[in-house]
Design a protein around this ligand. Sequence first.
Ligand code: UDP
Ligand code: GLC
Length: 391
Amino acid sequence: MSGAARILFVDHAGVLGGAELSLLDIAVAFRDRCEVVLFEHGPFETKLLEHGVSVVAIPSGAALRGVKKGTRLPSPTAIVGTVVLATHVARRAKKAALVYTNSPKAFLIGATAAALARRPVIWHLRDILDRSHFSASNLRLMTLTANARVSRIIANSHATADAFVAAGGRRDLVRVVHNGIDPAAFDRVDPTARLTVRRALGIPDDAFVVGSFSRLHPWKGQRVLLDALETLPDVHALIVGGALFSGEAEYEKELRHRAAQPTLAGRVHLLGARDDIPALMSACDLIAHTSTLPEPFGRVLVEALIARKPLVASDAGGVREVVQHMQTALLVQPGNSAALASAIMRLRREPKLAVSLASSGSSHVRERFTRDAMITGVMANVSDVLEHARR
Ligand code: UDP
Ligand code: GLC
């Protein structure tokens, strides 16, 4: 019976971050019996529609959009905005058996809506709930609400799960379901793409190219890669990703300004947000993950290895659950540009090591982080919650 129950997915974003790309795969798997509510219009809405998923955008208003992870006290208008939005979401929740929330903001509003509609709520937790990412008051609000209201936390890594518990969350609520990526788009890339992409971007055929594939945000550490590049004179960087969330435009400006300086000019290619990641990855000789704070999971790590690229990654958060130092990647201290530069140099100078890490990494992630396993894990939790629904 629970097999046919309708699910209401809730996500605050209209843009396509990793959390939204992962939810896209999940919503497609549930498409015959779900609706997705977003708090803004945008490319995520378009993608869901293209995949035949019912979606409704209920724009949340500027006051609520202004509430950030580090916000200490939301404004009275943001609180009113939350209640109004929760009431709208509750109306849709009444037509579903379960509310499935995909981000902290979506969780707080979705949990309120679920309480109003008397429906159980799941939180797919994709954030490290610690003080490096969130204010103390937001952490308290989220863990208290989760402990009181949530039927299940699906954590995208053990690191996210542990941080939730360390912040005061109930361990018994948590199950870990790692992200999984479908390799099909990577396997379809034409072998000529490497040169086509390079020539389109004006990158010499024989240049050594390091790729970075993350939204532009200070904690994603693109500036650490630029620092490393200062000491790697002939290396090029392909920096792919947009300033997706508000407040990051300044950071993008800073990166563009630095990229134009004489020491980096012509070697740093800032492409903005793209949706041809597999082809762009194929043009790289190495992929660098440079987050300066603990990464909750990091889909980009899995993708880099699916693309059979040597990988250097920041050793914090969920990263060690995905890759192992000297077995499938080189791990370096987050924020340490000298360590990043020497790992890049090492893989450049030791191509045998680079190829062997990339090839064992590729087999590892293709077996371990599949889209099917992720969907099976999510479905098992959904069925379980529906069977034991707290009403
Ligand atoms: N990505 C993309 N276009 C870009 C940059 C990144 O589609 O221009 C994708 C990338 O391939 C990955 C996701 O965005 O699938 C980022 O997910 P990740 O988990 O690495 O980080 P997040 O942004 O969720 O923190
Ligand atoms: C979040 C995290 C990222 C994770 C993604 C998908 O956006 O920042 O590390 O891979 O969600 O779960």
